[in-house]
Design a protein around this ligand. Structure first.
Ligand code: SF4
Ligand code: MG
Length: 336
């Protein structure tokens, strides 16, 4: 069946301007040719270190700026080429929950007006009574007391504000929610509550989610599939179980080794990631990860690996998979 969202060879480059005349002196390759899809009702997590381009992907999907190349297809319809007016009704179908619940709510609007705005903008309510019923249902949905609707954002805790942010996204009745580090700013205990809420809502409402996060413990808890990004490229995509139990890219292996494992005695072999992410202005030639990869060999410095299948629903971009099995450290990882 048609995926809800299909992203093909997406590129987003930002010009760097310098000198007296602001001439373009280079390009930041924030997103450099990535493809993925999300099925209806599915959660795909986009993970990677800060600066890898994952937020840019989220904003490109939401059509918050023109993309450099590639295409974005929503439910079979290409949207990156639409005019602003043709895009308008489609915006209802994709909503966003931001990282910071403190700055993403207008402090001069009561919760009632914050939630009513998208309902009015998209002409969703039939009449005033329907609007009231919808507002009450939204409060129920995010587990906030109905009578809190007349209060102001500053009267709520961080977790409650994020519930309001989620209610605002749901008010538009979207098919897809982009969560960009939606729980990263919250305290640990609150984080778990909001993650559980998102997961419940996803099941109850059949929502699809693009869950952008650097926190793999949270991703493991709530996602269906994972796409790992490094320096503007996707290096691995797999179902959750497959990715967390048998990563097929050295970068994923390194990210996972830092995640605590709940089962004693099953500690992942720890691989320390050294060095910073290289600049996306001049990404390394060959495999972009070769400057930090513990397994890099000659070919990695000249030849860029492509994403290829390594198992059922699992793809990875790494030359190690061309080596004989016995010489591939990813296939011979032994738990310590
Ligand atoms: Fe490491 Fe080479 Fe694989 Fe890149 S292609 S991840 S440098 S082994
Ligand atoms: Mg970000």
């Amino acid at each position: 069946s048609t995926p809800l969202l299909q992203v093909d060879d997406l590129k987003k480059h930002f010009p760097i301007r310098g000198g007296l005349f602001g001439t373009v002196t280079g390009q930041v390759h924030a997103v450099d040719g990535i493809s993925f899809s999300i099925a209806k009702g599915e959660t795909l997590s986009l993970v990677g270190e800060s600066g890898c381009g994952k937020s840019t992907v989220g904003r490109a999907v939401l059509q918050l700026f023109p993309i450099t190349a590639g295409q974005v297809v929503l439910d079979g319809q290409r949207i990156d080429t639409l005019s602003a007016s043709s895009m308008r009704p489609l915006r209802q179908r994709m909503q966003v929950v931001f990282q910071d619940p403190f700055s993403s709510l207008n402090p001069r609007m009561r919760v009632r007006d914050i939630l009513a705005e998208p309902i009015r903008n998209f002409g969703i309510a039939k009449d005033a009574a329907d609007l009231e019923a919808r507002l009450a249902r939204l409060m129920d949905t995010v587990r906030l007391p109905r009578d809190a609707i007349n209060r102001w954002p500053h009267e709520f805790s961080g977790g409650q504000r994020q519930r309001i942010g989620i209610a605002r996204a749901l008010a538009a009745e979207p098919d897809l929610i982009v969560c960009d580090e939606a729980v990263s700013a919250l305290d640990v205990s609150v984080k778990a509550q909001i993650v559980n809420l998102l997961q419940d809502l996803q099941k109850e409402l059949g929502l699809a989610m693009l869950f952008i996060s650097h926190d793999l413990a949270i991703v493991e808890h709530m996602t269906h599939r994972v796409a790992v990004m490094y320096l503007g490229k996707i290096v691995e995509v797999a179902g959750k179980r497959s990715l967390f139990s048998a990563p097929m890219h050295p970068y994923t292996e390194a990210l996972l080794s830092a995640v605590p494992v709940p089962i004693p005695g099953q500690a992942r072999t720890r691989k320390i990631l050294t060095g910073d992410v290289p600049s996306p202005i001049n990404p390394p030639k060959g495999c972009r990860f070769h400057t930090r990869c513990p397994y890099a060999f000659d070919r990695c410095r000249v030849d860029e690996p492509e994403l290829r299948p390594t198992g059922e629903g699992h793809i990875a971009a790494c030359h190690l998979h061309d080596l004989p099995r016995a010489q591939n450290p990813l296939l011979n990882a032994v738990a310590a």
